[in-house]
Design a protein around this ligand. Structure first.
Ligand SMILES: [Fe+2]
Ligand SMILES: [Fe+2]
Length: 282
């Protein structure tokens, strides 16, 4: 069981109030501190990581490990700047993190939304990639899920996310690379989400399976419910309640309407989550 966990959100869509120089951007990055170990979960889109760390007196050179939730630019865009500060650093991700990812919308040019640099360039800056689909305990009590099984039919809806094949054709991207971090805290299981492209409930089910515990104590991060129907939101609230969640802090790609629904359902257990939100577990 982990004690003394500190999670600081370094990059998020919203700046806090008062901001004191901490900026918002479309992206997510959370610094996880356990004892003297520092793990960075995602790196934001590249505009605010260094700025916010400096404002908050956080020394990015001391980061021991980086975990990427998936390959989208809003989670990986700060990686190059970060490596220039950290030097050689292990980076944990799924092998599909380097897929050539796109957002396709009718009547618009395909938009590149993948990791902005080739693997070799990041390696030349010191990234030591550990690419695997399997769950791994990267520190005692800190598990990265790897690829998350998609078992919930309610979460299988088609989106507008694609990847480009070497022959130039596009294929639907279900984001197999999407993964979460599970912390085995003394109060219970804490799940950190990047975008939850695998589905919020799929992710929590897998966290529950990997820990062998039916309850989830806390869940912080992007819940990707921005386009969710009322039916999907009803289902999500019902399933979330079944995990007996005590702290729910959605952010990033959760969406305004979904956040309102979750706030109504969780009230005092719902926490506002912006850049410079700090979660502490003793
Ligand atoms: Fe994403
Ligand atoms: Fe995202």
């Amino acid at each position: 069981m982990l004690s003394k966990i500190k999670i600081t959100t370094l990059c998020e869509n919203s700046a806090p109030y008062p901001s004191d120089g901490v900026l918002g951007e479309h992206g997510l990055s959370m610094l996880l501190e356990i004892g003297n170990k520092k793990i960075l979960f995602d790196t934001g889109a590249g505009f605010t990581l260094l700025q916010n760390a400096k404002t908050l007196n956080i020394d990015l050179a001391k980061i021991d490990k980086v975990v990427l939730s998936h390959g989208h630019y809003d989670h990986t865009g700060g990686l190059k700047d970060l490596l220039q500060i950290t030097g050689p650093t292990p980076v944990y991700a799924h092998p599909d993190v380097f897929q050539n990812k796109y957002h396709l919308q009718k009547g618009k040019e395909p938009r590149k939304i993948g990791i902005p640099w080739p693997k070799e360039e990041l390696e030349s800056l010191g990234a030591k990639f550990h690419l695997t689909r399997d769950p791994q305990e990267i520190e005692k009590g800190v598990i990265i899920t790897g690829e998350i099984p998609r078992i919930e039919s309610e979460e299988g809806e088609k989106g507008d996310l694609f990847y480009k094949n070497p022959d130039g054709s596009f294929a639907e991207d279900i984001l197999r690379d999407d993964q979460a971090i599970i912390l085995e805290g003394s109060s219970g299981t804490i799940v950190l989400l990047g975008c939850a492209h695998a589905g919020l409930i799929n992710t929590l089910r897998y966290a529950s399976k990997l820990t062998g515990k039916s309850k989830i104590y806390a869940c912080y991060g992007g819940m990707h419910l921005v386009n969710a129907s009322a039916k999907r939101l009803d289902y999500t609230v019902r399933e979330l309640k079944s995990f007996d969640i005590q702290k729910l802090a959605p952010c990033h790609c959760t969406g305004f309407k979904a956040s309102c629904t979750l706030f109504q359902a969780f009230k005092e257990n719902y926490l506002i989550h912006t850049a410079n939100t700090v979660f502490v577990e003793d």
